[in-house]
Design a protein around this ligand. Sequence first.
Ligand SMILES: NC(=O)c1ccc[n+]([C@@H]2O[C@H](COP(=O)([O-])OP(=O)(O)OC[C@H]3O[C@@H](n4cnc5c(N)ncnc54)[C@H](O)[C@@H]3O)[C@@H](O)[C@H]2O)c1
Length: 323
Amino acid sequence: MKIIITGAAGFIGSNLSKALLERNHIVIGIDNLSYGLKRNIADIKDHPNFEFVLGDIANPLILKDYHADIIIHLASQKIPRYTNALRTLDENYLMLRNIVQKCILDKSKIIFASTSDVYGKNPNVPFHEESDLVLGSTTIKRWAYASSKIYGEQYIIANSEEYGLKYTIGRFFGSYGPNHNLTWWGGPQSGFITKAFNNEEIEIHGDGTQTRTFTYVEDTVSALVKFVEDPKSDNEIFNTGSNPEEEISILGLAELIWKSVNGEDSYPKLKYIPYASFGKYEDVMRRVPDITKLKEFFGFKPQWSLKEGLKKTIKWQRNILGK
Ligand SMILES: NC(=O)c1ccc[n+]([C@@H]2O[C@H](COP(=O)([O-])OP(=O)(O)OC[C@H]3O[C@@H](n4cnc5c(N)ncnc54)[C@H](O)[C@@H]3O)[C@@H](O)[C@H]2O)c1
């Protein structure tokens, strides 16, 4: 199949491009390199079935000369804790509108990267696809990201009803692994690993008892491959994550990473950052997916435990940072 991937030089996009090329698909990857890196696509850039387009997806003309069976829309602004809520709302909407219109015109399917953040503060875990989406006040800017993704899901479903747009929505839960961004943009793993290498304090936001369920990127990608290749995925939403048993606190993650880097007998140096220092902020205290639907539809089974996935990730990061 011919597939356009937006955000192809980013973390998930680069891993996915590689996997789809290995499965003999043709991939056109688009990225403005605002957060992605050329390094991430260095080993596929000369592949005969890969083309890279440098450009901004908020520009409605950027895709005019390209056509595909499927557009996988990964490019996004993320949690605006350190950046701008307006940019998150504006850019995520503009990009999605362009991609949806393109898909309707070309009769392409859209695969949309949504997020576990849409479940917000819902205290009832694990979250299944029909669970309530419980956000905090609109005066707390961190919810701009979840709002933009909820709007995106509704926008796609409404276009499906009106214009027959074919779609799959994946709600990703904390993906990590090679090519993840080395700043907070990439999630906690990358920063924690660098601190452990440098024997420096790991920053814990709040008291560290908040939990997450992380997914090694190969598992995220193998679910995405199902969304590309299996028509059963059409017009469905899937939690895209690991088994609920992988739930771990942020403190537990810091400890696991530190010990993996510095030995079982070591203990992490920690620095607690109160939530108040982010201004008006709210965290999600537990984030756990129910992935029954993914398993029942595709026989999907996550292949990577957190411990094994971290080992591979630490090895990659050691190499990138020359540690
Ligand atoms: N990584 C995760 O754990 C996770 C969790 C939940 C949801 N998601 C979603 O999955 C998608 C991919 O996430 P990721 O971690 O790979 O992010 P990433 O930031 O590494 O990749 C996104 C890419 O999009 C590009 N981009 C951003 N705005 C653009 C624009 N206007 N024009 C062209 N390119 C643009 C960036 O340069 C970047 O390379 C995002 O939509 C994100 O919201 C990711």
